[in-house]
Design a protein. Structure first.
Lengths: 300, 244
């Protein structure tokens, strides 16, 4: 389909918005289900004698389980589209089927993981499973919907050479990689260890000593997702949204030319400069931790 | 000039692109699980996850560039496809690292510090003073960010090159679905070459300035070249099954 510039930009903006929601929900799903790297601490806690009420799924590496979810959604949607379903209906049904399958994986992995910790006396809380699993499914459903919708737009409207399931798989893996790199740091570095001293990294000696008390009562995964939704989730969403937007924006405006590639590189340079500003800001705010030894003074 | 058989050239190009991907993984600063808890420098995820995640975005941009040649049916030049792959991959990794830095700076509250060098080779800033007790550094200092971007460019270009070569092989046989086969095969080669360095670097590396980089890159690159060569042979073999 040949689109004029205004329409192309509108579609790109829609894809960016969908990706932002997908990224945010992907991270929040991994927080409420406790997946990826921070889950190593949830797994470790009972071994250190800290029993907890946090969900513990970690079906596989986050990008892979997320890619699996998205590709199931894409495949079901693709089959329904070929049966001449209305696109929105097909995408919704596809996303729902994928979310239910993830829910099945979540319950079995939670039960399996906790069962393997019997010797550490970690109980399997049925109320946690009942309350948290629907939340995992709901978060995953929205993410699947957004990613399959992006794939649909790319395949049907923009004419990408890959099919909907394959595009959904790639975006699922990318969303998982971003969620694992960005939002999980907020969950693992901050929420799990709010008992550490502010303004420094986590001392290795604190490994496994996760916070188990909530603002009221004992902390569970719903409390964690409430906290991560304030920063980690949106930051992940921004990262995926920027990725989808800026990876297509130069070619949408400047065509398939070297100028577009140059603009893409310029965007990356801007990110490097912004990161440098963040680095200066963080160093001024929290460090240094040690005094700089002045060698000439020491000699004197 | 010695003429190279086109099939041999295709296999060699796939081997080179696999090697590019393997090299790329060494540049990307991944700290694994410790980095997710602000206990180590780099991005808080695994090498395979991040390298594949960024490389696959590069694959999408490269494939779209391939599909939009100067005229219908005529693909753009190979360099153009490689550049598009590199651009997509760099944009993904740069935005991921930037958002990650936002979380490190304002979510976890840590200054960025590398454990492997005393001074950042780019900014010249002291690193050891900002490393908090009981950690191996945290956050993404400028050198890690730049190293990651270079790695993403190499990975994206490698992915774009495999896709370009495979499209050249498969298009004459299965014009309609060549992109699907080439895309899936590229993804496979990507994963193979993202896994090989994981063994070499032991799951974590800070980037080009990490002493581990110089220690393992030689062995990993040679391994990757030969493994990718086998992938190239398989890619050509499966094309034989497409001849009706």
């Amino acid at each position: 389909m040949v689109l004029d510039l205004t329409m192309s930009m509108a579609i790109l903006a829609l894809m960016g918005a969908l990706a932002t929601i997908a990224g945010c929900l992907e991270d929040l799903e991994s927080d409420v289900g406790s997946q990826s790297n921070p889950n190593s601490q949830v797994q470790l806690a009972p071994q250190m004698g800290f029993l907890h009420r946090i969900f513990n799924k970690a079906i596989s590496g986050e990008p892979i389980s997320n890619g699996l979810s998205a590709v199931i959604g894409g495949t079901v949607a693709s089959v329904l589209l070929s049966a001449e379903f209305y696109p929105l209906t097909a995408i919704v049904i596809g996303a729902f089927v994928a979310a239910i399958i993830l829910g099945i994986f979540a319950t079995t992995s939670y039960a399996g993981r906790v069962a393997s910790q019997t010797r550490f006396k970690q109980p399997l809380y049925m109320d946690i499973m009942r309350y948290t699993t629907p939340s995992i499914i709901a978060h995953n459903f929205i993410m699947n919907f957004c990613l399959v919708a992006i794939s649909y737009i790319q395949y049907e409207i923009l004419g990408y050479p890959f099919t909907i399931p394959f595009l959904a798989l790639i975006w699922g893996i990318s969303a998982g990689a971003i969620g694992s790199s960005v939002g999980d740091v907020h969950y693992g570095g901050e929420r799990e260890f709010q008992n550490r001293e502010f303004g420094c990294g986590l001392n290795t000696a604190l490994s496994g000593r996760i916070v188990r008390k909530a603002e009221s009562g004992l902390r569970n995964s719903i409390d964690n997702v409430w906290f991560c939704a304030k920063f980690g989730g949106p930051a992940t969403g921004i990262a995926l949204g920027l990725t989808v937007f800026f990876s297509s924006w130069p070619t949408t405006i400047w065509g398939y030319t070297w100028k577009a590639i140059g603009i893409g590189i310029l965007i990356v340079v801007v990110f490097i400069v912004l990161n440098r500003f963040l680095e200066i800001n963080a160093k001024n705010a929290y460090g240094p931790y040690k005094e700089e030894k002045n060698e000439t003074e020491a000699k004197a | 000039m010695v003429a190279i058989d086109p099939i041999l050239l295709h296999i060699l190009l796939i081997a080179i692109s696999g090697t590019l991907i393997c090299t790329a993984v060494h540049f990307i600063p991944v700290g694994g699980a410790p980095a997710a808890m602000a206990q180590a420098t780099g991005i808080g995820t695994g090498t395979v996850e991040l390298a594949a995640g960024s490389g696959l975005v590069g694959l999408i941009t490269a494939s779209y560039m391939y599909a939009n040649g100067p005229a219908p049916g005529i693909p753009p030049s190979m360099v153009m496809v490689l550049a598009a792959g590199a651009m997509g991959s760099m944009v993904m990794l740069a935005s991921t690292m930037f958002a990650g830095s936002l979380v490190y700076a304002y979510g976890v509250a840590v200054p960025f510090a590398s454990a492997q060098v005393k001074k950042d080779p780019i900014t010249g800033e002291r690193q050891d003073l900002y490393m908090s007790k009981g950690t191996q550094g945290h956050g993404l200092p400028t050198i890690c960010f730049v190293s990651g971007v270079i790695g993403a460019a190499l990975g994206g270009a490698g992915g774009g090159l495999i896709y370009y070569v495979l499209m050249q092989i498969y298009s004459p046989y299965i014009a309609a679905s060549a992109a699907a086969v080439a895309g899936v095969f590229t993804m496979g080669v990507f994963y193979v070459n993202a896994v090989i360095p994981s063994y070499g670097v032991g799951g974590t590396i800070e980037g080009v300035h990490d002493p581990k980089f110089r220690r393992v890159i030689g062995k990993d690159v040679i391994t990757s070249f030969f493994v990718s060569l086998i992938c190239g042979v398989v890619a050509v073999f499966i094309a034989q099954g497409m001849i009706a």
